[in-house]
Design a binder for this molecule. Structure first.
Ligand code: ADP
Ligand code: MG
Length: 629
């Protein structure tokens, strides 16, 4: 029969290079990946056969067979699952499904970490076969099709596909094991690896006798029962961890393991995990969760919309319902009231567990927060019903937090509020350290008023949506209307308010206003500044400055709206300008200064001056004058 040779996509070739070159530790995970694929294939056929029983035919006894042939130097993993047709072979074993995968892997294998045992996480587990094989043959026949196929590759840039007769349904992956990987031809070694990584696979993994004649007894290597149905006392931490690696395609330890059964009106078992590290695709725009839905031990889908809310999409694991009909379609799931009730129950359990952790293990909770905090904040925005539970779970960097690692919560903030302070103050930006230096904070620091430093894009959305916490309004310090004069300063801090206005500050402000015209919304004296001469603030109803910048970056907004320029009457520069204006009778200097200060305030905000040449000219002139005395 004719054989066709096809090139791997460039990124697959590169991936295979990484796989072949850089992995020497944990090589045995290839077996976990291939068994995991075989198990997936059986799951998928079992589900498909619910509606089309002919697909499974007389062979519905799903099994994964592992066998070694020492003489031929091959290790074979065979399943009687769904198999692959020709187009699927090309697509699945010739490309990388998820974008961004290769870039991530390159970075992972770049440094000293010569270990790509995390490979399964990227949906490229199959290629790990080339860690131990210099040739891989895949024989496969898809359920419901008569024609079978042989896929073959040495992992060097190309593969071949030919038709192949006489194949049983399902897939056989034959590894031609390399000289330095002969250990994987030892049944004892295989036994150990399967036990270690694949014990939780609910489908029997059997080891056939070696090729030497005599029908050796099949030996089942794993327990082959659904781990989530076992009583908790029957499952070890290691088994939980291995199962987590399998369902989550992850390699870290679970940060939280949640194993429970709901009984009564609605019956289901759940085995859920919160990872320690954030997966690389956590911020994909589709915000899909990845919890697998089973119905009475049969895998149904890992794409059940509405099973887990988007703001808990970092949760991994399995939910197994006793009540849902087995042949539910995806569309039916979407609006199914049972799914809604399962989601509510599971959400409550997860949030309850997070609340407990936050209280009992603050350090551990901070680790969770650093990985998943921004995702949880989405819930505050979109799930109003859970706000009361979610708000106390939020953590923030703050000017009151000690060091960079300190996280504060809202209750702690409220306790620390100064007498006379009636709002929770915050500032938004890209980077906490830059925010700490913002001129907007000067007056607050002078009074010992704590300010939350918000650096996640989602903060721009949930904060205005929530508005208050425990009746205290959340107020941005970059917005007018924070009445600092009412707040009593902390002991030891000076009452910085109303620095003696030197001369006629109002006149200077009026000249600034006339000069800057439409470039600003207004010019006012400020009480929020102590060290800086000026800053820009947003008016009451205007968009927050940082949000506006975000929108402009994403081209959602054409033009920024003009801001209010606040002037610090106590600053020596402003004082001098006031005097000069009074003495000289000319407004020339004050006009120059107005533009210089506005541009400077823009730069502090992270925005370039709109006319850099004019800015530079004015600055040079001012320096000349200053240096000339
Ligand atoms: P992933 O399992 O994360 O999708 P893999 O690289 O392990 O990534 O496998 C790629 C794809 O190849 C699978 O999604 C599946 O469609 C197909 N595949 C691999 N092994 C088998 C198998 N034994 N039976 C059927 N399909 C398979
Ligand atoms: Mg896989």
């Amino acid at each position: 029969m004719s054989e066709e040779r096809l090139e791997f996509k460039a990124e697959v070739s590169r991936l295979l290079e990484i796989v072949a070159k850089s992995l020497y530790s944990h090589r045995e995970v290839f077996l976990r990946e291939l068994i995991s694929n075989a198990s997936d294939a059986c799951d998928r056929l079992r589900y498909a056969a619910l509606t089309v029983p002919d697909l499974a035919g007389s062979d519905a006894d799903y099994k994964i067979r592992v066998s070694v042939d020492k003489d031929a130097g091959t290790l074979t993993i065979a399943d009687n699952g769904i198999g692959m047709g020709r187009p699927e072979l090309v697509d699945n074993l010739g490309t990388i499904a998820r974008s961004g995968t290769l870039a991530f892997l390159e970075q992972l294998s770049g440094d000293a970490k010569k270990d790509v045992s995390q490979i399964g996480q990227f949906g490229v587990g199959f290629y790990s076969a080339f860690m131990v094989a210099d040739k891989v043959t895949v024989l496969t026949r898809k359920a419901g099709e008569a024609q079978g196929w042989r896929w073959e590759s040495d992992g060097q840039g190309a593969f071949t596909i030919a038709d192949e007769g006489g194949l049983a349904r399902g897939t056989r992956v034959i590894l031609h094991v390399t000289e330095d990987a002969k250990e994987f031809l030892d049944p004892q070694r295989i036994h150990g690896v399967v036990k270690r990584y694949s014990d939780h696979i609910p489908i029997p993994i059997v080891m056939a006798g070696t090729s030497e004649s005599g029908a050796a007894e099949d030996e089942t290597l794993n327990r082959a029962s659904a781990l989530w149905m076992r009583p908790k006392s029957d499952v070890t931490d290691e088994q939980y961890t291995e199962f987590y690696h399998h369902v989550a395609h992850a390699f870290d330890d679970p940060w939280l393991t949640l194993h429970f059964r709901a009984e009564g009106m609605l019956e289901y078992a759940a085995l859920l995990f919160v990872p320690t590290r954030a997966p690389f695709d956590l911020y994909q725009p589709d915000r899909k969760h990845q919890v697998k839905l089973y119905v009475r031990r049969v895998f149904v889908t890992d794409d059940a919309e509405g099973l887990i809310p988007p703001y808990l999409r970092f949760v991994r694991g399995v939910i197994d319902s006793e009540d849902l009909p087995l042949n539910v379609s995806r569309e039916m799931l979407q609006s199914n009231p049972m799914v809604t009730r399962i989601r509510q129950g599971v959400t409550k359990r997860i949030l309850g567990e997070l609340t407990r952790k936050a209280k009992d293990e603050p350090a551990g909770y901070a680790q969770f927060w650093e990985a998943f905090g921004p995702v949880l904040k989405e819930g505050v925005y979109e799930e109003t019903g859970q706000r009361d539970t979610l708000m106390p779970l939020l953590r923030f960097r703050s000017t009151g937090g000690e060091g960079d690692q300190a996280w504060v919560d809202l209750d702690g903030y409220v306790e620390r509020m100064r007498p006379g302070q009636d709002a929770i103050y915050y500032i938004t930006g890209d980077d906490a350290d830059a925010l700490r230096r913002s001129p907007h904070l000067e007056g607050f620091a002078a009074k010992g008023v704590e300010v939350l430093l918000l650096t996640d894009p989602v903060d721009e959305f949930w904060v205005p949506a929530v508005g208050t916490y425990k009746d205290k309004p959340l107020k941005s310090v970059t917005r007018i209307g924070s009445d600092l004069s009412k707040i009593k300063a902390e002991a030891g801090k000076t009452e910085a308010d109303a620095p003696a206005a030197p001369g006629n500050i109002d006149r200077l402000v009026a000249v600034f206003k006339d000069t800057l015209k439409d470039a600003v919304k207004d010019v006012r004296t400020s009480e929020r500044l102590t060290d800086s001469p000026v800053c820009l603030v947003a008016d009451e109803g205007d968009m927050d400055i940082h949000l506006e910048r975000l929108l402009k970056q994403h081209r959602q907004l054409q033009q920024a709206s003009p801001r209010i320029l606040e002037v610090n009457p106590g600053h020596p520069l402003i004082a001098a300008a006031t005097r000069t204006l009074e003495d000289s009778g000319s407004t020339d200097r004050a006009e120059e200064l107005a533009w210089l200060l506005l541009d400077q305030a823009r730069i502090v905000e992270g925005d370039p001056p709109p006319d850099p040449t004019a800015f530079s000219r004015r600055l040079t002139k001012a320096l000349e004058r200053g240096l000339a005395g």
